[in-house]
Design a protein around this ligand. Structure first.
Ligand code: C2E
Ligand code: CA
Ligand code: CA
Length: 742
């Protein structure tokens, strides 16, 4: 109610200092008011304590001019109130009291000044102005401090939330600052690092490099440098112990003192500030993910994904290095080419997944045979290459090759499918068999092919004479094409005897090639090449026609009709028009299907069983019967056997060869015989060469036989002679007496 009394500006602007004038003597209050009214202050008056408190509660004052003696309470009590409430204002105490206690009491309570009544006008104005000035300064200071704090907070936040680790090192390489990122990426808290040498976080192998770049002499003034370093993660703080991350560090020399950095190790001081303490400001960017990606990409470019072995490219690289070394040290080295035998069969019959599995297992076994410096690579498909650097002598390479063959001999378990494979290995030795990478590889390859040609499952060193062999191979292929056109192929026949009656009951057609230079070649010598070169289809077409024409001649020779067995190439059976061709040929030549038996190998049954079953069923409906050739050597399982329309099983020669003792026990033979019996199948034993074999087979229930003991395969003319002879001799002479050699 006393505001602006007795008179004054109704409302002072907001930035005017606010003064509360407290005095119970109206005269004094009014003169005080008069004294101050023209001075751009906002004035409020109070005539007693309670009024003063009410005003203090109502608004914020900058200064209170306080009379100590008031009717309702003392000025001290008002000051206590101000202090207790934490009210922000200065107090100038005015009192007529001469007692020193009153003054001390006021100053103790924080009064800015103490004026004794009566005061001079100038004294009062000066004291008021000083108090307000001091107040203004204090407010300004606080403002600046607040702004500083905000700014500091902002920079801290910016630095701490940086995606990179930001740090400073002093001239001794100790951390003087590091942001929060270090904790997130490395697991070290700020406290753990400040004052510590950088080497506690640098990977041991990178320490030398770190020393080189961090050494401040190399960092000239403002030049930034970059270095890639691996930093260690702190295992105690959640990071995986011993793990490392890679950082690209950008470093700059700085003067810590000049930047006003707080260097806690005492190197800061007036001098430091003047001269500048040398230090390093660094930013470490985490490039671990990028590094890993790069590593992975380069790994994949040089490794085979399936086996994890070096690939062809890396192999050539290693071989190149090994050759340079060998040249320098004048030592030998060996290059090996390993090709798995029968791999294609596994792939075709069991599928690619099992094929891949086999390659992986084989790769592991090969790897186990090698020393540390040797390189095993996958060349592609089922081919592996090896380089054995610093060979002491050839026997070492031979030893490794033998180890390879031995380790592959153990059966492979492909998810329950037991598979046997072997390998053909070619070896070329530097510098004798070649001085360049390509030459060595080519010659090892040729040596490997030589092993394949000679029956696989073995190893061979390269020799110059092999070049002729590989040339021969190419020549053979061309010649075979010509042979078809020039009619150099011919069908031979090998009779099958029923030993119970001694009669010829059938004959197998076996192909021969009358080679203009090399003479008569048997099927085994050229049909495998035909299979590889796509010549098997035209050759099989020819075979079908030739067999039909010959069969008509047999039949004309008179006697009983005997069965003709023909070998069916898997490639031919796979062809969609196979059945039509077969039926067409039989119809054209007027041949009874019942006189024909086709021989297939077990593997046909597994390759594409559904399709094979369909084809064979059609043949059966036509009246042609089906035999399984080389029984026991393939991948056929008994489960398949009864699903196939099969009439005959041919016991493979390899089992027959085992029979040396008439009274011996040959379980495989016996098992096959009992399978045939159980399934009601006809049985033929192949490759019977001795009487012992014949007697054993007969004694155990196999009576149809084919082999050199009776007849070798022979030309059509010879075969017709044999048929005639049989008719004339029958029944006086047993067939074994009239063995005719082709
Ligand atoms: P295969 O069907 O198992 O034929 C039996 C092979 O054993 C024949 O070899 C035959 O000459 C030989 N042999 C017969 N008796 C004996 C014996 O007592 N001892 C020994 N050691 N061997 C005997 P060849 O004629 O070289 O035929 C090899 C393979 O070529 C045949 O094996 C067959 O799979 C295939 N083949 C032969 N002719 C043809 C044909 O016209 N077409 C087709 N697709 N394949 C044929
Ligand atoms: Ca056969
Ligand atoms: Ca056979």
């Amino acid at each position: 109610m006393n505001e602006n009394i007795p008179a004054g500006p109704a409302v002072a602007p907001d930035f005017f200092p606010r003064l509360l004038l407290v005095d119970d003597e109206p005269r004094l209050l009014s003169s005080l008011y008069e004294l101050l009214r023209d001075r751009s202050y906002h004035l409020v008056t109070a005539t007693c304590g309670s009024e003063a408190l009410a005003q203090l509660n109502r608004m914020q004052f900058d200064l209170v001019l306080l009379d100590l003696r008031l009717p309702d309470m003392s000025g001290h009590e008002i000051m206590d109130y101000i202090n207790a409430r934490g009210i922000e204002c200065d107090v100038i105490v005015m009192s007529g009291d001469v007692g020193i206690e009153a003054a001390i009491g006021a100053l103790k309570r924080g009064a800015y000044d103490y004026l004794r009544k009566p005061y001079s006008r100038e004294e009062l104005l000066k004291t008021v102005e000083n108090a307000l000035q001091k107040r203004r300064l204090a407010v300004d200071n606080q403002c600046i401090a607040q702004r500083l704090e905000n700014s500091e907070k902002m920079y801290r936040t910016l630095v701490d939330s940086s995606p990179d680790i930001i740090y400073t090192l002093n001239h001794e390489g100790h951390f003087t600052f590091i942001n929060d990122r270090a904790y997130q990426l490395l697991g070290y808290s700020r406290e753990e690092l400040i004052g510590k040498h950088y080497s506690i976080v640098v990977h041991d192998e990178d320490l030398e490099r770190a020393k080189y770049v961090f050494s401040e002499r190399r960092l000239d003034d403002r030049a930034a440098r970059s270095v890639e370093l691996r930093l260690k993660c702190n295992g105690n703080n959640g990071g995986s112990n011993g793990a490392e991350r890679t950082f690209s560090n950008t470093l700059m020399a700085i003067s810590l003192g000049a930047l006003g950095m707080h260097v806690k190790d005492g190197s800061e001081g007036p001098d430091a500030r003047k001269h500048g303490v040398p230090g390093i400001y660094g930013v470490a960017r985490d490039i671990t993910d990028r590094k890993r990606a790069e590593e992975q990409i380069s790994y994949q470019a040089y490794h085979d994904i399936l086996t994890d072995l070096p690939n062809r490219m890396l192999f050539k690289d290693r071989l190149g290095l090994a050759v340079i070394q060998a040249k320098r040290k004048q030592t030998e080295l060996a290059v090996m080419f390993v090709d798995l035998d029968r791999f294609k069969l596994v792939n075709d019959t069991l599928g690619h997944v099992k094929g891949d599995e086999l390659l992986q297992q084989a790769a592991l076994r090969l790897k186990d045979c090698l020393r540390k410096g040797d390189t095993l690579a996958r060349q592609g498909g089922d081919e592996f290459t090896i380089v054995l650097p610093e060979l002491r002598d050839r026997a070492d390479a031979q030893g490794v090759a033998e180890k390879f063959l031995e380790c592959l001999q153990r059966p492979f378990d492909l998810d329950g499918h037991i598979v046997h494979i072997s390998a053909s290995i070619g070896i070329a030795v530097y510098p004798n068999d070649g001085e360049s990478i390509d030459e060595l590889l080519r010659h090892a390859d040729i040596a490997m092919y030589q092993v394949k040609a000679l029956g696989k499952n073995g190893h061979s060193f390269y020799h110059d004479s092999m070049l002729d062999v590989s040339h021969q191979k190419i020549a053979l292929e061309q010649a075979l094409r010509r042979a078809l056109e020039n009619g150099e192929l011919e069908m031979y026949y090998q009779p099958q005897i029923d030993v119970a009656t001694g009669r010829i009951v059938g004959a197998e057609g076996l192909m021969r090639w009358n080679h203009p230079q090399r003479g008569l070649l048997s099927a085994g010598e050229f049909l495998p090449f035909a299979e590889e070169n796509g010549l098997m289809l035209p050759i099989s077409d020819w075979m079908l026609g030739a067999l039909c024409r010959d069969l008509l001649l047999w039949n004309q020779a008179g006697g009983e009709t005997i069965r003709l067995s023909l070998n069916l190439s898997p490639q031919y059976l796979d062809r969609g028009d196979f059945f039509e061709k077969m039926r067409g040929a039989l119809t054209r030549y007027g041949i009874a299907p019942a006189q024909i038996e086709v021989e297939i190998t077990e593997n046909i049954c597994i390759r594409n069983p559904q399709y094979a079953i369909e084809q064979l069923n059609k043949l059966c409906q036509l009246g042609v019967s089906v035999a399984i050739d080389d029984f026991g050597t393939g991948y056929s399982s008994l489960a398949y056997l009864h699903r196939f329309p099969i009439h005959t099983i041919k016991i493979d020669q390899s089992f027959v060869k085992e029979i040396h003792d008439e009274n011996g026990h040959y379980p495989v033979i016996l098992a096959i015989i009992s399978i045939a019996r159980g399934l009601g199948l006809h049985l033929v034993a192949e490759g019977v060469e001795t009487e012992v074999q014949a007697r054993y087979l007969q004694a155990n229930g196999c009576t149809t036989m084919q082999g050199f003991l009776y007849f070798r395969p022979m030309s059509l003319t010879s075969f017709i002679h044999v048929l005639h002879a049989q008719d004339q001799a029958w029944p006086q002479a047993p067939v074994s007496m009239i063995a005719v050699q082709a």
